[in-house]
Design a protein. Structure first.
Length: 642
């Protein structure tokens, strides 16, 4: 285990220089509590919420104490479920836990740690094993040592990546199994191990993305923890560890602070690594060039860096030669098609059959993962089939957007329309509808799974990003007139659509950001500075802009005083998303029972941090109080003072 985990290919499969895990490991923010409830919102939305939560006092847990009961908790902890969005560091966390144990640094009361990944276990769905045989199969040393019973040892099983599980885990119908020597299917073994019927003395640690957290019944889990990624000080620490040159590290840290979307995404360790890769290249090779500020610029640069690495390292060419050979271009186009098709199906990991469907030869896939290691990964279990994935969901979304963009530019085919047609109408008109249909499609998604994809697709319409990808994009598209029309279309959606959720309108502001249009936001900022906001009658789009500004503010919004903006029920309903992120909310603002209904949804929300609420001097009625008292009973309610 020490040999297996002491090196980590940071964001990479098996090429490049392995980094010592102990050298680059930056402590993660792990919190106790929460429930195993499903949260299927787009993970970037969850990141935005978490980025506003990091300074709140919460029960944090040290990695080595994951199975130790917190003060005031009597019952022992057998099973821990750790949630966290893609790329937040769950796998590296379990690797570091294992490495510390293997190096005699922690948890010396444990005799065995057996780390499994669901990716490896998926491949064994047709096989039969007993629990002892499964351990022998993966950890042959135990078989050689003749260990055939684990009841007398302190054992920890780690199961990483429940969200990637393709085994049928059925906790209702699966037969009970208590004998660790009896052979059965892998899913039956897992269900009984998690139930506590098999090897009840063992500890289990399961990691998952939030959308799959409810696959395990709450009765089988003693503690739920959440990995929140990097806090602001940890982001700085990461870049200072990554760059020996202090001046370069400081330049990068201050640049990230200037762009809110980059700053939020740097909550995710993998994104910090992508950012470091890009900014290092830009600072070292391009004198006086502007550093990328938007996500599309960042990922476009990232793609170029990868093409450059391939050309110099694999093709033996000079750095100055054109980056994109026909072969590289074909590889990227194939990966783009795979990314898009699988994004639409909701898949993040792919097996051989998924690749064949996209017309990718398996041998070619191994070459892709060897060449574009930092984009596309191939993994192998011990003797099992290959598993492929992109290094992060956001890379898959960027390549999917690139595929949709390329398909439209090269053939006129609009993949965003339900009825796909190649249009022969005038170029600009077709382009205009192409981007508008993408906006509509993303807005129709109930959980926002196309939010980031849309940001990338619109960002790719800018000439500056197309110039960056010159060579990959043989034709450029999108006139500035089209971009302007898209901006106006988004603004119209913000102002006309009263049913637009706060999350969707916030994403539309991120889209305007990618299109380099900040006019709406600047207008409201000006009103805020001059103090004229409370007298002005705000349009729906302006309310959305205000929510975006308040939520994007670097300052922690401790107190939300409605009177500053507008002492009215409308203001409360419009600023509801901001209430979730503030500690105290003050009122006296002509509120009625309708406001109580809205506030009750905030109080019972999983993502609310509201601790103090002042509702004095309002006519709430008994019916309003009923809404509030129902919300106070919610397990998510964090309110301390009403």
């Amino acid at each position: 285990l020490k040999e297996k985990f002491q090196c980590v290919f940071e964001g990479i499969a098996k090429a490049g220089n392995p980094t010592l895990l102990n050298q680059i490991y930056t402590e993660l923010y792990i919190t106790e509590g929460g429930t195993a409830e499903v949260n299927d919102e787009h993970e970037v939305r969850q990141i935005e919420i978490a980025s506003r939560k990091t300074d709140r006092p919460e029960t944090t847990i040290r990695r080595e104490d994951i199975f130790k009961a917190s003060p005031g908790r009597d019952e022992p902890i057998r099973t821990v479920l750790t949630k966290g969005v893609a790329g937040i560091g769950k796998t590296v966390l379990t690797q570091k836990y294992t490495l510390d144990w293997a190096e005699d640094k922690a948890n010396q009361d444990i005799q065995f740690i057996f780390p499994f990944t669901f990716r490896e276990l998926n491949v064994l769905r047709e096989e039969r094993f007993s629990l002892v045989e499964l351990v022998h199969y993966f950890f042959t040393e135990t078989k050689k040592a003749g260990i055939c019973s684990f009841e007398d040892f302190q054992v920890v099983f780690i199961f990483d990546g429940l969200d990637e599980c393709r085994l049928p885990l059925d906790f209702h119908k699966t037969t009970i199994l208590t004998d660790p020597r009896k052979s059965t299917s892998v899913d039956v073994l897992l269900v009984n191990l998690i139930r506590g019927k098999l090897l009840p003395s063992a500890h289990l640690w399961i990691t998952t993305r939030p959308a799959a957290a409810n696959q395990i019944p709450p009765r089988c889990v003693e503690m739920v923890t959440e990995v929140r990624g990097f806090t602001d000080p940890q982001k700085k620490k990461y870049f200072r560890k990554r760059f020996r040159d202090k001046e370069q590290a400081s330049t990068i840290i201050s640049h990230i602070k200037t762009s809110r979307s980059l700053h939020i995404m740097c909550h995710i360790p993998v994104f910090c690594w992508i950012t470091a890769t890009v900014l290092e290249d830009v600072l070292n090779t391009k004198e006086g060039v502007q550093l990328p500020k938007t996500l599309t610029e960042m990922y476009s640069h990232f793609l170029v860096v990868q093409a450059k690495v391939k050309k110099v390292k694999y093709d033996g060419e000079a750095e100055t030669d054109p980056h994109w050979s026909p072969e590289s271009r074909n590889m990227m186009e194939s990966l783009g098609k795979l990314a898009f098709d699988q994004l639409m199906k909701g898949n993040l990991i792919f097996y051989e059959s998924d690749l064949t469907e996209c017309g990718i030869d398996i041998r070619a896939a191994s070459v892709y993962s060897g060449v574009f290691t930092q984009i596309f990964k191939e993994e192998r279990g011990l003797y099992q089939d290959k598993v492929f994935c992109f290094i992060h969901l956001s890379v898959q979304e960027f390549l999917a957007a690139l595929h949709v963009h390329l398909t439209f530019i090269n053939s006129g085919l609009n993949l965003m329309e339900d009825q796909q047609t190649t249009s022969k109408k005038s170029e600009t008109k077709t382009e205009k509808y192409f981007y508008q249909s993408a906006v509509n499609k993303a807005l129709q998604s109930p959980n926002g799974h196309l939010d980031l994809f849309l940001r990338f697709l619109l960002g790719l319409s800018l000439q500056t990003n197309q110039t960056l990808l010159r060579g990959l994009l043989t034709q450029t598209g999108s006139s500035s007139q089209t971009n302007q029309q898209t901006v106006q279309y988004i603004k119209k959606k913000l102002s006309k659509n009263r049913n637009l959720s706060a999350e969707k309108s916030i994403n539309l502001f991120h889209c305007l950001n990618e299109l380099n249009d900040r006019s709406l936001v600047e207008e409201i900022q000006q009103s805020l500075r001059s103090g004229s906001l409370s007298e002005d009658e705000l349009s729906p789009a302006e309310w959305s802009a205000l929510v975006f500004i308040l939520l994007s503010s670097e300052k922690d919004l401790d107190v939300l005083d409605l009177k500053k903006y507008s002492p009215s029920e409308e203001a409360l309903l419009r600023l509801l998303p901001v209430f979730k992120t503030s500690n105290k909310a003050l009122s006296g603002c002509n509120l009625s029972e309708r406001s109580c209904d809205a506030l009750s949804s905030v109080l019972s929300s999983m993502s609310s941090f509201l601790k103090e609420l002042d509702l004095t001097n309002n006519d709430l009625q008994d019916s309003g109080m009923k809404f509030l008292s129902a919300a106070l009973q919610s397990s998510h309610c964090t309110l301390e003072t009403l």
